[in-house]
Each structure stands twice: as structure tokens, then as C-alpha cells.
Design a protein around this ligand. Structure first.
Ligand code: ASP
Ligand code: MG
Length: 428
């Protein structure tokens, strides 16, 4: 029988009892005749605690040392899970990302996986062991340094392993029953999606749905790995992320038409920078965004206003991860004289609310309904951006919850009864 790749998140590994429970689940799969490879996250809020510790020691910890620190979290859980498995009479071998052959580029804190060479994993499987891999980390091909894949990166480790090992499915175990139409912590009547397409899941993840790491979905789509997101606290079927929900994944009795809207996502992790008074001439935007690219900053929305005719000056606003705010402001300050802009404004009291669904392509009127819902909830729109299957707005951070609830009910996404159970985690 085939290889099963699983991932367990921090809330599924919160303490010794939780680890023993996960070990029993893993052993059950092995007993059913499968080879098992498991990617694990750090226990509970370990990663956040380590980040806090680092910030207590230094306001700007060197990125290399941050990675050395944070990867320790996953090493703790991998060893403990392996011990718990051995206590159940099976053998497990734990490997760090580097030992497991997770090769990345050299960007600390958000490295990309460029290759997986799972020689030690296949050898250990051949010897009959269960394999446990520390998630969210790898080793740089160039610098030979240990890297991390960004917060939530263990999902990506799991899918990358599934691709390299040609597994049939990658199971992502978490503390909710699957992917919901909105965050159940904000909308208790959110519905569980039984299937969702990679493209919709990519938008959901990019727009702040924390259930899956963005790269993991990209990886799954590229290699055609079905991702089954489910709870480690129940035996329920979760959500299948597949290429085409109509034709792939487990079939349903009542094969219903794909809904127009997959869900409403929100994100409170971004900040907005406005470059005020940029001379309206060729090459200025290029120079500004070059400086940000050199600083390795991923931008999200970008808005440039039409310049006021009298001044020939324009404002450029964009959003970016709050964690990159300081670095971006410094990079832009450095080119102020060269570009000749007036000043920089920084706002981190913003939130982004996004409506996502492949059905938008063929159904008019979605935008007006979305904006009407926001208006009736008294939410003011700051910025707007769209893709073929998404509409996002930037709003005041304090109106995010209202905006999500109003949108969710305007599109009739509410379930008749509460389906969402949040089993663990602090939502940190
Ligand atoms: N432990 C890391 C984090 O909390 C990676 C992960 O959980 O996937 O972000
Ligand atoms: Mg975690």
C-alpha cells in the first residue's frame, strides 16, 4: 500500500497527552499497512513564545539566528512524537528538515523549497520505520545555513514531502474540522466546505485564511497532490483541496453544483504605506518598487492615484506584511532624495476582507452586493483590489469582524446550525 503523508499542527501537539494521542493515530495508519511520513509543527504556542523571547533579547534579532532559534521548536516535537511511537511498540526515526533533504533558497524567515532529496526518508521507510520530519525548515543549497519557510510553513513541508515521495494524498491535521466559509471564531455559523479548488484555496490562503500555508497550496497544485484538511481531534472527513471539485476528490451523494462563493477571508497582519507626493514621471514607480524588492518585501495591494494636474504629484499606497513595515520604511527613506517624494505615511491599523469564489467569473453583481453589505454594516472601504475570482477591500482594523459577518450573511453562506467546532489552539 502507498505512502501516507500527514502533518500535525502545534495545537494537535500541545502537551504530552496530545503527543501520545497523535502517536496512536500515526500507528493506526501504519497498522493498516501504509508507510507513514509525518511532518510536525512546534508544540502549542512554542514558536510565538520563542519569537517573544528573541524580541526580549534584541529589538531586531539577526535573521540567521532567528531561524536557528525557531527551528528548535519543531525538533522538540519530532523527537517527542518519535518517542511516543516507540512506546507503542513501533519504531520511528525523526529527521530535521536538513536531514530529510528539504533544500531551500537562502532567504531567512521565508525560504522557498527548491528541491527535496528524501534519500534518508526512503531508506528509513525501507527499514520499516515511521518517519517524523521537523516541519517549517530546510537547509540552503548556497549558504548551507538552516532556513525557515515562514509562519505556518509545516503545511508546505508536508506537501513537498508528499510530492517528492509520490504519495496519494497529504493529510493536514489541525484544530478545526476543515476549511470553513469564514473563520468560525468570527462567524460561528460558518459552513464546512467538503471540497474546494486549488485556485480558490490559493486566494483564501493569500487573503489570510490561516488554515493552510499559501506555498503548500501552490505546491499541491503544481504536483497535483490532493490535500485533505481535517481535525486531529475527531474522525470526521474534512475538506479536500483538489483541482476540480466537480470531478476530483471523494464523490458526494448529492453532487451539487459548485457554489458561486467559496468563502470570506480576513487578514489583520498587513500594514499600509503611502508614499506622498511622488513626481508623476516615467520610472518613479519602478525605482520605489525596486527598492522594496531589494529588501525582499512581498507587496500585496498597490494603488496609485491620478496626479493632481496642478502639482504633477501623485500618491502611491501599498500594503505589505506588518512584520516588514520597519524594513520597508527604511528602504524607502534611503531613496527619498533620488525619487524626490514628499513624505511617507505608515498605518498598521488596517484589515483586509476578501470575498472569494470561482463562480464570480460567470455571475455579475457580486461586487455591488459585497459593497452594499459593507455599507449596511457601516464599514468604510479604504482600498480595493480584485482578481478574476476575488474582491478584496482594506478597511479599518476595528471593522473587520463586522465586515466579515455582514458579507457572510449577504451571500447566504450561514449554516442552519453551528457546524464549526474549534477543538484547540489559542488562535494566536
Ligand atoms: N511552528 C511554526 C509556526 O508556528 C510552523 C508551523 O506551525 O507550521 O509558524
Ligand atoms: Mg505553530
Amino acid at each position: 500500500m502507498g505512502i501516507v503523508v500527514q502533518k500535525y499542527g502545534g495545537s494537535s501537539l500541545a502537551d504530552a497527552d496530545a503527543i501520545k494521542r497523535v502517536a496512536r493515530r500515526i500507528v493506526d495508519i501504519k497498522k493498516a499497512g501504509h508507510d507513514v511520513v509525518v511532518a510536525v509543527s512546534a508544540m502549542g504556542d512554542t514558536t510565538d513564545d520563542l519569537v517573544d523571547l528573541a524580541n526580549g533579547v534584541s529589538p531586531l534579532p539577526p535573521a540567521r539566528e532567528m531561524d536557528m532559534l525557531l527551528t528548535a521548536g519543531e525538533r522538540i516535537s519530532m523527537a517527542l512524537v518519535a518517542m511516543a511511537i516507540s512506546d507503542l511498540g513501533f519504531t520511528a526515526r525523526s529527521f530535521t528538515g536538513s536531514q530529510a533533504g528539504v533544500i531551500t533558497d537562502s532567504v531567512h524567515g521565508k525560504a522557498k523549497i527548491i528541491d527535496v532529496t528524501p534519500g534518508r526518508i526512503t531508506q528509513a521507510i525501507g527499514e520499516g520505520h515511521i518517519v517524523i520530519v521537523a516541519g517549517f525548515q530546510g537547509v540552503s543549497a548556497d549558504t548551507k545555513e538552516i532556513t525557515t519557510l515562514g509562519r505556518g510553513g509545516t503545511d508546505t513541508t508536508a506537501v513537498a514531502l508528499a510530492a517528492a515521495l509520490e504519495a496519494d494524498v497529504c493529510e493536514i491535521y489541525t484544530d478545526v474540522d476543515g476549511v470553513f466559509t469564514a473563520d468560525p471564531r468570527i462567524v460561528p455559523t460558518a459552513r464546512k466546505l467538503s471540497k474546494v479548488s486549488y485556485e480558490e484555496m490559493l486566494e483564501l490562503a493569500a487573503c489570510g485564511a490561516k488554515i493552510l500555508h499559501l506555498r503548500c497550496v501552490e505546491y499541491g497544485r503544481r504536483y497535483g497532490i490532493p490535500i485533505h484538511v481535517r481535525s486531529s481531534f475527531s474522525q470526521l472527513e474534512g475538506t479536500w483541496v483538489v483541482s476540480d471539485p466537480q470531478t476530483s476528490g471523494p464523490s458526494e451523494e448529492d453532487t451539487m453544483e459548485q457554489p458561486i462563493i467559496a468563502g470570506v477571508a480576513h487578514d489583520r497582519s498587513e500594514a499600509k504605506i503611502t508614499v506622498v507626493g511622488v513626481p508623476d514621471k516615467v520610472g518613479e514607480a519602478a525605482r520605489i518598487f525596486e527598492a522594496l524588492a531589494e529588501a525582499q518585501i512581498n507587496l500585496d495591494m498597490i494603488v496609485q492615484n491620478v496626479s493632481a494636474a496642478a502639482t504633477s504629484l501623485t500618491d502611491i499606497s501599498f500594503t505589505l506584511p506588518r512584520t516588514d513595515g520597519q524594513v520597508a520604511m527604511t528602504a524607502l527613506a534611503r531613496i527619498q532624495a533620488e525619487v524626490g517624494y514628499d513624505k511617507l505615511l505608515y498605518d498598521d491599523k488596517i484589515g483586509k476582507v476578501s470575498l472569494i469564489g470561482a463562480g464570480m467569473r460567470s455571475h455579475p453583481g457580486i461586487t455591488s452586493k459585497f459593497f452594499a453589505a459593507l455599507a449596511s454594516a457601516g464599514v468604510n472601504i479604504g482600498m480595493i483590489s480584485t482578481s478574476e475570482i476575488r474582491i478584496s477591500v482594506v478597511v479599518d482594523e476595528s471593522s473587520v469582524d463586522d465586515a466579515v459577518r455582514a458579507t457572510h450573511s449577504a451571500f447566504d453562506l450561514d449554516a442552519d446550525e453551528v457546524e464549526a467546532v474549534v477543538y484547540g489552539g489559542t488562535g494566536r
